[in-house]
Write a protein that binds this ligand. Structure first.
Ligand SMILES: Cc1cc2nc3c(=O)[nH]c(=O)nc-3n(C[C@H](O)[C@H](O)[C@H](O)COP(=O)(O)O)c2cc1C
Length: 253
């Protein structure tokens, strides 16, 4: 009889259910399983076991940092025994991301740990909409991680996105403050006043509605003669907004 360590990271219970099922299957095969939740795993070493399995959910594009720490702290022991890792996430619903080699979270996990599990698996997680608090949904849609959920949530919670144009002769000062205080990208375009023929800079910056008053206030500080245009936009894609490339969405590991 083998002693198998099963470490589980689960927030909403889906990964836990997979671990429970795995435990039953292994025990039915005659081996012994110790199931440890990641929050209790700190002092549990894989050294006393003959096999280890770690299963971890993804939230906000991340594997629980405690799983990564655990895998690194015990990498030597884990690498010396048969071991397996599986990730539970929603992007695994997509056929092109439902294998360990193609799932971005599994690949990101492997880049961050010294453990090399010979067995890898990925399971499509569950979206249990009624269970989640508003904060969870709001935060998650901000990562742009799951297209369906994002689309579902967008009308009610996404902050209005705006394009701002600032016509200014203090482009350097204004631009630097946008970068350092709003943490938004900003592009300087060369403009020319058609009446005076004088050159002016045009700073182009995509923001959300809650940031506009800060933009106006810092522009006022740096250049009281600036001209600001704020207009709603259909969609902003790129850094700080919904990612341009779907496969970048939410992968933060
Ligand atoms: C707040 C929240 C954030 C999530 N973030 C992601 C994500 O970034 N990428 C992803 O593929 N799945 C994401 N999911 C889906 C979970 O991975 C899926 O619901 C999984 O079944 C959760 O596992 P658990 O029930 O064991 O916690 C998220 C789910 C929630 C509720």
């Amino acid at each position: 009889m083998k002693r198998v360590l099963l470490v589980c990271s689960s927030t909403d219970g889906q990964t836990r259910r997979i671990c429970d099922r795995l435990q039953r299957i292994i025990e039915d095969a005659g081996d012994a399983v110790t199931l440890v939740l990641i929050e209790n795993a700190r002092d549990v070493s894989p050294a006393g076991f003959q096999m280890a399995v770690i299963g971890a959910r993804i939230r906000y594009g991340r594997t629980d940092v405690r799983v990564i720490e655990y895998a690194n702290r015990h990498a030597a022991a884990l690498n010396a025994m048969p071991s397996a890792y599986f990730s539970v996430n929603i992007v695994a619903r997509k056929p092109e991301k439902n294998r360990p080699e193609t799932n971005p979270y599994v690949q990101a996990f492997l880049r961050r740990v010294a453990w090399r599990p010979p067995m890898l698996e990925v399971f499509a997680g569950k979206l249990d909409y009624p269970r989640y608090g508003a904060l969870d949904w709001f935060n998650w849609q901000a990562t742009g991680a799951e297209k369906g959920a994002r689309a579902w949530f967008r009308p009610s919670t996404r902050r209005e996105q705006l394009l701002t144009l600032v016509i200014t002769d203090q482009a350097e000062a204004v631009g630097q403050r946008i970068l350092s205080e709003l943490h938004r990208g900003v592009t300087e375009l060369a403009g020319r006043g058609m009446y005076t023929g004088k050159p002016h800079s045009v700073l182009m910056c995509a923001l959300t509605v809650t940031e506009v008053h800060r933009l106006e206030s810092l522009v006022r500080d740096e250049d009281p003669h600036a001209f600001i245009i704020v207009s709603p936009v259909q969609e902003v894609r790129g850094s700080g907004f919904v990612p341009l490339r779907e496969d970048e969405a939410g992968v933060k590991d």
